[in-house]
Design a protein around this ligand. Structure first.
Ligand code: ADP
Length: 486
C-alpha cells in the first residue's frame, strides 16, 4: 500500500466516524422524542437541535469529502515534484530547481536538492569545457599535419577534415562538416573512391591484410600519389565490448617515392636491356671457344670455359627476370594469349631445365591425367616462363638424386591447375607469403638467386586472373600451384 492509498484510507475512516457520530445523534434524538411527552418548547428545542445536528453533520461530511480529495494530493505533491526533479537531473537538465513548502523538512529537502543540482551543473560545464579544449587541441594538431586526414563517423557523416584533405578534395569546411559523406561523394570522385575503399577495408577487416593500391590525384595541374590507410575508431561500450564508432582515413603523400620508383624501374630496365647484348656475345664466344673445331682445350681451359658459360647464363637469366619485373612495374606488361594445351607448357619447362636436372641427377616425373584436360587461353610464353622458374627452383632446392613432379589437373569445369612438387628442404610457414615479395629470400638460403622469380611469377599468373600459391612443410618439400581459368 503506497502513501497515497494509506492517506485515503485514514481520511475515509475519519469521514466514516463522523457520519457514524451524526447518525448516532440522530437516532438518540429520535428515541428521545419517541419516549418523552412532547411540549411545544421541547419540540422547538428538538427541531432546532436536529437542524443544527444535520447542518454540522452535512458540514463535517463536506469537510471530510474535501479532505478525502485534497489531503492525499497535498501530501504527495512534494514527492511528485522531487521525483520530477530527479528525472530532469537524469536527463542532464541541471537548471531544475525545487521550491517545496509546507514544513521545514520539505524546505530543507528543496535546498539540498537545489545545491546538488548547482554542483552537478558546475561539474558538467567544467568537463564540457575541458572536452571542448581537448577537441580544439586535436583539431589544431590534425590541421598542422601535412598529410590529408578525413574523419567519418558511424552514420557516415564527415566528422572532421583537415586543411590538406580539403585542398585535395577541393571542398570547403563550412560546406561539408557534419554533412553526409555519401551525399558529398556523389559529386566528388575522390571522396567516392575513399568511401568505396573504406567499405572494402571493413569487409576485409578480419581477413588477411589486403594490399591497398596507391591512388592518383590530379590537383593544381600536377599528379600526386597517395597511399591510403583506414583506421577504425573503436569505443569500449558499457559491457566492455569494443564498438566501431567511425573511421579515420589517412592519406600519405608518396609522390616523391613514386617518382623515385619510376626512375628505379626505368634505370633497371635500361641497364638490363643494355646488358643482354654483351652477355649474349660472351656466351657465343664461349660456345666457339668450347667447339673443338677451333682447337682443343686442355682440361683446365675446359673448366674455365664451362664456368664462363654457367655464369653467363646466370647473368642472362637475372637480366631477363629484371626486365620482366620492370614490365610488370611500369604497367606495360602486355599479354598475347592464344589457345594452348597444358602439356605443351609442361614440356617446355622440362626441356628448359633438362641440363640442370641432369647435373644434379634429379628425376623429373610428369603427372598428367589420362582424361581430357581443358585447353588454356593464355600467353604461353609467360606461363611457360612461370613453370620453368618453378621447376628450376624445385630442382635447385632439392637434394642431389632427388625427385620432382610436374603436372596438371582439371580442378573444375572452369579451372585448370598446373603444379610443381619437390621433396626438398621445404619452406617455413612464416615465409609462405614473403617468398612472393620482390627480392625476398628465405634467411639462410645458400643457393644463389635473386629473390625475384616467385614475385614475377605471381604477377604473370595474376595478370591472367589466376592464382599462385604454395603448400610446404619444413623437411618434407613444397608444392607450388598455379590455378588458371579456362
Ligand atoms: P630465388 O630462388 O632466385 O632466390 P625466388 O623468388 O624464386 O628467388 O624464391 C624466393 C625464395 O623462396 C628462395 O630464395 C628460397 O629461399 C625460397 N624457395 C623458392 N622455391 C623453393 C623451393 N622449391 N623449396 C624451398 N625453398 C624455395
Amino acid at each position: 500500500m503506497n502513501i497515497k492509498e494509506k492517506l485515503t484510507l485514514s481520511v475515509g475512516v475519519l469521514v466514516a466516524l463522523i457520519i457514524g457520530l451524526v447518525a448516532l445523534s440522530v437516532i438518540s434524538l429520535q428515541i428521545l422524542t419517541a419516549t418523552e411527552p412532547t411540549s411545544p418548547v421541547a419540540d422547538y428545542g428538538l427541531t432546532r437541535a436536529l437542524s443544527l445536528l444535520l447542518l454540522f453533520g452535512a458540514l463535517s461530511i463536506s469537510i471530510g469529502i474535501w479532505m478525502l480529495v485534497k489531503l492525499p494530493n497535498s501530501i504527495t505533491r512534494p514527492f511528485q515534484e522531487l521525483s520530477q526533479g530527479i528525472n530532469e537531473i537524469a536527463k542532464h537538465n541541471y537548471d531544475v530547481e525545487l521550491h517545496l513548502s509546507g514544513s521545514r523538512t520539505m524546505e530543507q529537502l528543496s535546498m539540498n536538492f537545489n545545491r546538488m543540482a548547482h554542483r552537478l551543473r558546475d561539474y558538467h560545464n567544467s568537463s564540457l569545457s575541458q572536452l571542448r579544449v581537448s577537441k580544439q587541441y586535436i583539431e589544431t594538431i590534425i590541421d598542422s599535419i601535412d598529410e590529408p586526414i578525413v574523419c567519418i563517423d558511424q552514420n557516415l557523416n564527415l566528422y572532421y577534415i583537415n586543411n590538406e584533405a580539403l585542398d585535395i578534395l577541393n571542398l570547403k569546411r563550412a560546406d561539408v562538416l557534419g554533412k553526409s559523406a555519401q551525399e558529398i561523394a556523389m559529386r566528388n570522385d575522390l571522396l567516392r573512391l575513399l568511401l568505396v575503399g573504406m567499405s572494402e577495408h571493413k569487409v576485409h577487416d578480419n581477413a588477411e591484410e589486403k594490399k591497398v593500391e596507391p591512388i592518383k590525384v590530379y590537383a593544381d595541374n600536377k599528379e600526386s600519389y597517395f597511399q591510403v590507410k583506414y583506421l577504425p575508431v573503436r569505443m569500449n561500450s558499457d559491457e566492455g565490448k569494443a564498438k566501431e564508432s567511425g573511421t579515420v582515413i589517412l592519406l600519405k603523400n608518396i609522390t616523391e617515392f613514386h617518382k623515385l620508383d619510376v626512375a628505379k624501374t626505368t634505370f633497371i630496365s635500361t641497364i638490363s636491356h643494355e646488358l643482354k647484348t654483351p652477355i649474349s656475345a660472351i656466351l657465343m664466344s664461349q660456345q666457339l671457344l668450347a667447339d673443338n673445331r677451333l682447337g682443343a682445350l686442355n682440361p683446365e681451359q675446359k673448366e674455365l670455359s664451362e664456368s664462363i658459360r654457367e655464369n653467363g647464363e646466370r647473368l642472362l637469366s637475372i637480366t631477363g627476370e629484371l626486365l620482366n619485373m620492370t614490365q610488370v612495374e611500369s604497367g606495360v606488361l602486355q599479354l598475347k594469349p592464344h589457345v594452348t594445351r597444358p602439356i605443351e607448357l609442361i614440356d617446355y619447362a622440362i626441356k628448359a631445365n633438362q641440363v640442370q636436372a641432369d647435373k644434379f641427377h634429379i628425376n623429373v616425373e610428369v603427372e598428367y591425367p589420362e582424361v581430357k584436360i581443358s585447353r588454356l587461353y593464355v600467353d604461353s610464353e609467360k606461363i611457360a616462363w612461370v613453370l620453368t622458374n618453378l621447376l628450376s627452383n624445385a630442382i635447385r632446392y632439392s637434394p642431389e638424386n632427388g625427385r620432382v613432379i610436374i603436372g596438371a589437373q582439371q580442378t573444375d569445369e572452369h579451372h585448370v591447375t598446373l603444379f610443381v612438387q619437390d621433396f626438398g628442404r621445404g619452406i617455413d610457414p612464416r615465409y609462405h607469403e614473403s617468398i612472393f615479395e620482390r627480392y625476398f629470400r628465405v634467411p639462410g638460403t645458400k643457393i644463389q638467386g635473386s629473390g625475384l622469380g616467385l614475385s614475377i611469377s605471381r604477377d604473370f599468373v595474376e595478370a591472367h586472373s589466376g592464382t599462385l600459391t604454395v603448400e610446404s612443410e619444413l623437411g618434407k618439400g613444397s608444392r607450388f600451384i598455379v590455378t588458371l581459368p579456362v
